[in-house]
Design a protein around this ligand. Structure first.
Ligand code: BGC
Length: 729
C-alpha cells in the first residue's frame, strides 16, 4: 500500500530534485519514494499559514499569505496574532473592485506581477487571491475584495493577475470557490442555485482562472452548496473543477472550512488549513494531527476506506505545487515596495476611480476638475480623508510601508493655506467581530463643527463612505443596512445647507443609498485605493488625471430593487440554514435590463472630464454560421478638450430563445486612450461561443438559431449603436 520509502543515494541527483526534468516525472519519482504516512502528511497544516513537505527527501513545505491586495504582515506560527516583525510591511495595492473598475487587463497583469514579486521576496509560496465571487448584494461585507457582478469582466480581469503572480514562482489561489456571495452565515448557509446560474454567472471567472490563468491553487469556500460544504463538495471539486476543467493543482480549504474526514478525502480537498477541530478549539494548541486530513485520514487509508489512488492523487497535487513554487529555482528573488510597485498601485488607483456625477450647475461650469488656485478656502470633511483604510476588513488587512492620505495629497496640491480639515463624523476602530458605538453628543459636536466650517469655505470636499470596520466592508458579516453609516447622510445634507458647492467622494467597495444625490453637484466613487490612493484621488479631483473608471456593478436605486433582495429573505440572507438564489441568472444589469428597473447608476457607467462621440457600429456580415467569426468595428472620437480614456463595451442579446435570457450580456470591451480630437477604430470579433446559454437539460452550452443584437455602449444603459445578425447553427 505504501511507497517504497527508498533512500536517496549520495552523489546521484534524484529525478524529483532535478528541475530540468519534466514536472510529472519528478512528481512520480517523489511519490515512488514516499511512505503512505509521508504522503498523507502533505495534506494538512503545520502552522497557521504553512503546510509541510517531506523533510526526509529534502522537499520543503509551503508558506501561505493573504492576499489579495498586498502581502499581509507576518502572523504568529500557531495563533492569529500578528508576529510583530519590523520587516514585513508591503505595498498596499488598490482593492480588487478598483482593479475591476479600470477595465484594463494590462493593469491587472501589472498588479499580479508586482504583488507576486512582493510575495516572492517575502518567501511566500501561495498568495491567497484573487477573489472572484460575484457581486450579488450590496450588503456583502467582502465585495470590495471581488471583481463585480459580471462573470465576463471578472474573468478577463482575474486571468492576467494570476499569470503575473505565477510568473514569479508564487501560486495564486483563486477564491472562494464557490457561491460565497455573502458573509452573513458564511460558515453554514446552504446555497441552492440552478445549474444555469451556476454555469453562466457564478463559475465563469473561476473557470477562466483555472483554464486560462492556470491558477495552481483554488480555495474552497466556507458555505455549503446543495447540502455539502464547498471545500469538499463532489459537484464543485470532483465533477466540475477536476473533471470538466482538468485542474491539476490543489484545492486549499478556506481557514477552517473542512468539516469531515471522509468527504475531505473523497471530494477533492487537497490541503487543509485553519481547522478548529475538537482539541483545537484554542489557538494555542498544536493539534494539527487532529485535523480532518490528519490522523483520521491516515487511519481511513490504512483501513482501506479511502483508496490509495485518492492518496496518490492528493499527494501528487501537493508535490506539483511545491515543485512549481517552493522548489522553483527560476532565479527570481522578488522585490519589495519599489518605485515600479508604487507606480503600478498609482496607475490602478487613478484608472479605477469612477466619476459618478459632475453637473455644470455653476454658471455652466462643474465643480470638477478643481483647478488649482480657483478657490481660496477648500474644506475637506470626513474620516476617510485621513484614515488608514488598509486596517480592518479581515484577512485582507495590510501593513503598508507607506500611505499617502487624500488630505495629505490635496494639501500638497492646493497648498496648506488653502486646505482646512474637519472630521465631521466619528467612525470607530476596525475591530473584527465588534462595532464601536458613540454618544450622540460626540456625533453632534463633530457635525456642528463641520457645518460651521462649511459656511466659511468656498468649496467643500466630503470624504466619507464605508470603512473596514465590522459589518461594513469587512469579512465575517454583512452590512446591516443600505445606508451610509455614522449619520453621514445627515452630515452631507447639513453641509449642503451651509454650502452649495459640495463634492462628495465616497470610499467603499459597495453601493450605498444616496438620498442627497439630486442636490450634490459632483460625486466620485473612490475605492480602497492602497498606498498611493490619496495622490490618485487628488490627481483626479484636480484634473491632472482624467477619470476613466467604470462601475463593475450596478447601483440599485433602493435595496428592494436589487435582484437578491427582491424575493425576500429566503433569497437573501436565507432562513439561517438554506438560501435560494431565486433571481437565478438575472444578476446585476441582467436583472435591471430584463425587468426594466432603472438602476441609480448602471453597470459599466463612469463619466470623464472629456466627451466621446461614437460612430455607427458596422458588422462584417448580417449572417453567422457555426464556425464563423464576425467583426464589429466602431469609431470613437474624443470631442472634448482634454485627453481621456473610454471603455467601449460590447453586449450581445438573443432576440428569441426557448429559455429566458437576459436582454443583453457583456461579451467584450476595450479601453482606448484618446487625445483631444483624436479618433480610433475599435475592432471586436465574436463567434458562436458568444451566443450560447447553458442548457441544463443537455448539460451543455447551446446557441439557438435566430436573430441576435450587438449593442455597443459606453455603459450597459448608454448604448451608442446596435447591429443585428442572423445566426444558423
Ligand atoms: C478568509 C480567506 C483568507 C483566510 C486566511 C479566511 O478567513 O476567508 O479569504 O485567505 O482566512 O487568512
Amino acid at each position: 500500500m505504501s511507497g517504497s520509502g527508498k533512500k536517496v543515494v549520495v552523489g546521484e541527483t534524484p529525478v524529483y530534485l532535478d528541475t530540468r526534468k519534466p514536472l510529472e516525472l519528478r512528481v512520480k519519482d517523489a511519490l515512488n519514494r514516499m511512505t503512505v504516512e509521508e504522503k498523507t502528511r502533505l495534506s494538512y497544516a503545520d502552522g497557521r499559514f504553512s503546510t509541510p513537505g517531506c523533510a526526509r527527501l529534502g522537499i520543503p513545505g509551503l508558506m501561505y499569505s493573504d492576499g489579495p491586495h498586498g502581502v499581509r504582515a507576518e502572523i504568529c506560527w500557531n495563533s492569529w496574532d500578528y508576529a510583530g516583525w519590523t520587516n514585513d510591511s508591503c505595498t498596499a495595492f488598490p482593492a480588487l473592485t478598483c482593479l475591476a473598475s479600470t477595465w484594463n487587463p494590462s493593469l491587472s497583469k501589472a498588479y499580479g506581477t508586482a504583488i507576486g514579486e512582493e510575495a516572492r521576496y517575502r518567501h511566500k509560496n501561495v498568495l491567497l487571491g484573487p477573489g472572484v465571487n460575484i457581486y450579488r448584494t450590496p450588503l456583502n461585507g467582502r465585495n470590495f475584495e471581488y471583481m463585480g457582478e459580471d462573470p465576463f469582466l471578472a474573468a478577463r480581469m482575474c486571468v492576467p493577475y494570476i499569470q503575473g503572480v505565477q510568473e514569479n514562482g508564487v501560486a495564486a489561489c483563486v477564491k472562494h470557490y464557490a457561491l460565497n456571495n455573502q458573509e452573513h452565515w458564511r460558515n453554514h448557509i446552504d446555497v441552492q442555485v440552478s445549474d444555469r446560474a451556476l454555469y453562466e454567472i457564478y463559475l465563469p471567472a473561476f473557470k477562466a482562472a483555472i483554464e486560462e490563468g492556470k491558477s495552481w491553487t483554488i480555495m474552497g469556500a466556507y458555505n455549503k452548496v446543495r447540502g455539502t460544504h464547498a471545500a469538499h463538495n463532489k459537484l464543485l471539486n470532483n465533477d466540475i473543477l477536476k473533471g470538466e476543467w482538468g485542474f491539476d493543482g490543489c484545492v486549499v480549504t478556506d481557514w477552517g472550512a473542512a468539516h469531515d474526514t471522509y468527504e475531505a478525502a473523497m471530494y477533492g480537498l487537497d490541503l487543509e488549513l485553519g481547522t478548529f477541530t475538537n482539541g483545537l478549539t484554542s489557538n494555542s494548541s498544536l493539534g494539527y494531527d487532529s485535523y480532518y486530513l490528519g490522523n483520521a485520514y491516515l487511519q481511513m487509508v490504512k483501513e482501506g476506506k479511502v483508496p490509495m489512488e485518492v492518496v496518490n492523487d492528493k499527494a501528487a497535487r501537493v508535490l506539483r505545487l511545491i515543485f512549481r513554487t517552493a522548489m522553483n529555482d527560476n532565479g527570481k528573488l522578488g522585490a519589495m515596495s519599489n518605485d515600479s510597485h508604487y507606480e503600478t498601485a498609482y496607475q490602478i488607483a487613478t484608472e479605477g476611480i469612477v466619476l459618478l456625477k459632475n453637473e455644470a450647475t455653476f454658471k455652466g461650469e462643474s465643480l470638477l476638475p478643481l483647478s488649482q488656485g480657483k478657490y481660496k478656502r477648500v474644506l475637506v470633511v470626513g474620516d476617510n480623508a485621513i484614515r488608514n483604510l488598509m486596517q480592518g476588513g479581515g484577512s485582507s488587512e495590510l501593513k503598508p510601508k507607506m500611505v499617502i492620505t487624500p488630505l495629505e495629497a490635496l494639501t500638497e496640491k492646493l497648498g496648506k493655506e488653502c486646505v482646512k480639515f474637519t472630521q465631521g463624523y466619528v467612525a470607530g476602530r476596525p475591530m473584527f467581530d465588534r462595532a464601536d458605538t458613540f454618544s450622540q453628543s460626540v456625533i453632534d459636536s463633530l457635525y456642528t463643527a463641520a457645518v460651521n466650517e462649511a459656511q466659511k469655505a468656498d468649496l467643500v470636499i466630503f470624504m466619507g463612505g464605508l470603512n473596514k470596520n465590522f459589518q461594513q466592508d469587512c469579512e465575517g458579516d454583512d452590512r446591516k443596512t443600505f445606508q451610509l453609516p455614522f449619520e453621514q447622510d445627515r452630515l452631507i445634507k447639513g453641509l449642503l445647507k451651509a454650502n452649495k458647492k459640495v463634492v462628495v467622494v465616497l470610499t467603499r467597495g459597495n453601493a450605498v443609498d444616496m438620498p442627497w444625490l439630486k442636490e450634490v453637484p459632483s460625486v466620485i466613487q473612490s475605492w480602497y485605493l492602497g498606498s498611493i490612493g490619496g495622490k490618485a484621488l487628488a490627481d483626479v479631483i484636480t484634473g491632472e488625471v482624467t477619470p476613466s473608471g467604470k462601475l463593475p456593478f450596478s447601483y440599485p436605486a433602493k435595496l428592494e430593487d436589487c435582484p437578491a433582495h427582491y424575493y425576500g429573505e429566503i433569497s437573501y440572507p436565507g432562513d439561517g440554514i438554506r438560501q435560494e438564489y431565486k433571481e437565478d441568472i438575472l444578476v446585476g444589469y441582467r436583472w435591471y435590463d430584463t425587468k426594466k428597473i432603472k438602476p441609480l447608476f448602471p453597470f459599466g457607467y463612469g463619466l470623464s472630464y472629456t466627451q466621446f462621440e461614437y460612430g455607427k457600429p458596422v458588422v462584417s456580415s448580417s449572417q453567422m454560421q457555426s464556425g464563423d467569426v464576425l467583426e464589429i468595428k466602431c469609431t470613437v472620437r474624443n470631442v472634448g478638450k482634454v485627453a481621456g480614456k473610454e471603455v467601449v463595451q460590447l453586449y450581445i442579446g438573443d432576440e428569441k430563445c426557448s429559455v429566458l435570457r437576459p436582454l443583453k450580456e457583456l461579451k467584450d470591451f476595450y479601453k482606448v486612450t484618446l487625445q483631444p480630437g483624436e479618433e480610433k477604430e475599435v475592432l471586436f470579433t465574436i463567434d458562436e461561443e458568444d451566443l450560447k446559454f447553458f442548457d441544463d437539460t443537455q448539460h451543455k452550452w447551446v446557441a439557438e438559431s435566430g436573430k441576435f443584437k450587438i449593442y455597443i455602449g459606453s455603459s450597459s444603459k448608454d448604448i451608442k449603436g446596435v447591429v443585428e445578425f442572423d445566426y444558423k447553427n
